[in-house]
Design a protein around this ligand. Structure first.
Ligand SMILES: [Fe+2]
Ligand SMILES: [Fe+2]
Length: 190
């Protein structure tokens, strides 16, 4: 089903109002990076831009607010998610994109839903948002960043593998819980 076209500039102004400055700058970085990758991988620039600018739309809520938001909207959280705040904002963000920002395209909604964990067999758009979130120009140096940036225009599957591996390694080192979806995705892309 062809979805309704939204004005990217409207979403950008909305995010500028709602997000803290640093997060807004990051979101714009993800938006442009995603659109650029969309050019390379023959994906709709519009869809990549919308998913990019909205991907962190739920991240202004703190942990408590996010859990309350999920409970009151019947968004079921897994054990892994309950133990890791950074996972919940993606799920809540996908919900907000659909209900509040009236996104009807499942591919855009899922790109937001899986932008933190990745998943096996991602669509091109899902891969683009997953990668853009990691490599956008404002990111401070993180392990695997340079390698991901230099590979992404050559092989986005391989790049997903690089990012997943580095993210899981980082979570292990810092003692944070790792979502099983990321582990499965890491096996899939490596
Ligand atoms: Fe995020
Ligand atoms: Fe992000």
């Amino acid at each position: 089903m062809k979805h309704e076209k939204h004005d990217l500039n409207d979403f950008q102004s909305e995010m500028k109002k709602r997000l803290k400055r640093g997060r807004y700058i990051h979101s714009v970085g993800v938006m442009y990076t995603a659109m650029n990758l969309a050019m390379r991988y023959d994906v709709s620039l519009h869809d990549a831009g919308v998913a990019g600018i909205l991907h962190d739309c739920a991240k202004e809520m703190n942990n408590e607010e996010l859990i309350k938001f999920c409970n009151s909207n019947n968004i079921k959280l897994t054990e892994d998610e309950l133990n890791n705040y950074s996972l919940i904002h993606s799920k809540a963000g996908a919900y907000m994109a659909e209900k509040k920002y009236k996104i009807t395209d499942e591919n855009i909604i899922n790109a937001i839903r899986y932008h933190t964990t990745g998943k096996p067999g991602m669509t091109r758009l899902e891969q683009i948002i997953y990668v853009a979130d990691y490599i956008e120009p404002n990111r401070k140096d993180i392990p695997g960043l340079a390698q991901a940036r230099s590979n992404v225009y050559i092989d986005i599957d391989k790049t997903c593998g690089i990012i997943l591996e580095n993210t899981i390694e980082y979570l292990k080192e810092t003692g944070k819980s790792i979502d099983h979806t990321s582990i499965e995705a890491c096996k899939y892309y490596n």
